[in-house]
Each structure stands twice: as structure tokens, then as C-alpha cells.
Design a protein around this ligand. Structure first.
Ligand code: ZN
Length: 169
């Protein structure tokens, strides 16, 4: 599994969420579960390996730059080329770190905070109520996870069965 596919899924999920809040439950569930598998896989291999490769490349380029700056024969252009390569390697490392961070955050947002099972329902709705003679809209949110843990307007409604086994952090 490539980091590109992994990151692609993360961004797909991100887009899906910002564009349509009432995303299809099943799709969300499948995406989260795929993302979760991929994150496990990615944690085991890709980001570390890729980060190491990139660090090694940056180190090599740094050494080369150092050597060139002392070497009077090296042209200014040669030095510039190496410096540019070094900058792009640094940018790649930063981007990778950011993407991994985004994926982690997304995964946390869509998993039960106690047992880590995926979110299955997320509903938003707004209700018109009368308040001091005026109509106002009150927003509601209902979230449910595969284990049964549910949160309504920020308040837990159903307990996670995993709570007893794995007390909250
Ligand atoms: Zn749970």
C-alpha cells in the first residue's frame, strides 16, 4: 500500500466531510474502516520508511552542499541545484508529517474514544423553537459508534461496552 493511496483516502474523507455533513452512513463507515486498516499498515511501514528515506536524502544533500561550498571548483549553479533539491526534500518531509497528522486526527474524530470502533451514525438537524416570542433555530447533533456508544448534543447517551475493559485515557 502506497503512501499516496493512503493520503488520497484521507483527503477523500476530509472532502466528503466538509462538503456534505450528512454523508452516507455506510460509505463513511467503510471509509473509516479502510482508513483504519491503512493507518495500521502505514504506521507499521510507510511513513517511517518514507521519513527515513527522506531524512537520509536530506542528510546526503546537506553533506554535498557542505562539500561544494568548500570546493572552489564548484560553480554557483551547481550549489544552487543541490540547495534546491535539499529544500524540496525538506518540504516533502514536512508534507508527509502533516498528512500523517491529518490522518491521525481524522481517525480519532471518527472512532469511539473508548474502544476505537468506527462511527456509524452522525446526524445534524436543527429545530425551530420559540424563545421570548421569537423563533430561533437550535442545532442538534447525534453521533453513534459501532459499539453502541452514543452522544447527543455532546452528552453521552449510551455507554461504550469497552469502557469497563478499557477505561478512558
Ligand atoms: Zn466504544
Amino acid at each position: 500500500m502506497s503512501i499516496v493511496a493512503f493520503v488520497g483516502t484521507a483527503f477523500f474523507l476530509y472532502r466528503l466531510l466538509s462538503e456534505q455533513k450528512d454523508a452516507t452512513i455506510q460509505l463513511l463507515r467503510e471509509t473509516v474502516s479502510t482508513l483504519k486498516d491503512q493507518l495500521v499498515e502505514a504506521r507499521r511501514t510507510t511513513p517511517d520508511v518514507l521519513a527515513q528515506t527522506l531524512s537520509a536524502r536530506a542528510k546526503l544533500l546537506e553533506a554535498e552542499l557542505e562539500r561544494m561550498s568548500k570546493d572552489n571548483g564548484a560553480t554557483k549553479q551547481e550549489v544552487t541545484v543541490v540547495a534546491e533539491k535539499l529544500n524540496s526534500a525538506r518540504a516533502e518531509i514536512e508534507m508527509l508529517a502533516k498528512q500523517v497528522e491529518i490522518a491521525h486526527d481524522l481517525l480519532e474524530d471518527f472512532s469511539c474514544p473508548f474502544c476505537g470502533l468506527p462511527m456509524t451514525v452522525r446526524n445534524y438537524f436543527s429545530e425551530s423553537v420559540e424563545y421570548q416570542g421569537r423563533e430561533i433555530d437550535v442545532d442538534h447533533e447525534y453521533v453513534e459508534y459501532e459499539c453502541g456508544y452514543a452522544v447527543r448534543d455532546g452528552k453521552p447517551e449510551n455507554e461504550c461496552p469497552g469502557t469497563k475493559l478499557f477505561p478512558s485515557k
